[in-house]
Design a protein around this ligand. Sequence first.
Ligand SMILES: [Zn+2]
Ligand SMILES: [Zn+2]
Length: 275
Amino acid sequence: MEFIIKSKALYTTWVFYKPQRLLFDAGEGVSSELGNKIYGIEKIILTHSHVDHIAGLWGIINTRNNAMGSRNKKLEIYYPKGSTNIIEYLEFIKKMNKGLRYRLETHELNLTDTINLDNKRFLKPFKTRHTPGEVSFGYQILEKRKRLKSMYRDYPQDVIKDLIVNQKKDILEEYVANILTITGDALPIPPEFAKNCETLIHECTFFEESDRKIRNHTSLPELKKLVKATFPKRLIVYHVSSRYNRQINKVKNELRLEFPDIDIEIVHPEKVTKI
Ligand SMILES: [Zn+2]
Ligand SMILES: [Zn+2]
């Protein structure tokens, strides 16, 4: 299992990414759903300050201090610079939870910042368009990798092996692979941030364009256009409005038919989804 996700537009959204021990957003109910797994969170990465994405912070911080588990482990929280509501909320939580047994670090993020996750992977924010006057970021997890330089890619295996073993030539080049792109609440993100990524987690609040009154969330036709332009290996659709509860399977099947080469999941608004 890589992901545990709960996402119901307007109510709550959080995404636990186990391989890197990250929690993207912290909507209401996150600590009661994750239970003891909250001790597995090393970093909380917030996309923006709307209450359905941050309300569960207090619960996590408080429960981690009191429940049974490794109470001394440090917890880091990152948020977009200029998120006034998050800053004030964190100040309030710190005031209410004096004497924490663990170190709680809060960091504001600039678009030029990167966070190292291990010696290969790092996290990078990018700007998204959501609500005017509200700073909002999406995030990429990127990984430094090595591959054969293009001129060697057609060489027979044994020749390549010989070149590597005997280090006759510098035949490898470094490149950066996009492991995960997650949007938070947003209009379709610029394709460059999801191009050929392994997993794209994109919001799609509205299946029907006509249901959207203000243009600050993605609609299904817009998402399909983006998928055609980026072609991720896997697409996880989240932040769906609960008005579509009965259409989840139908839309999932439609998407799978339209994009047979992409692994597609839709996070049901009423369920905790494990992927
Ligand atoms: Zn939201
Ligand atoms: Zn929002």
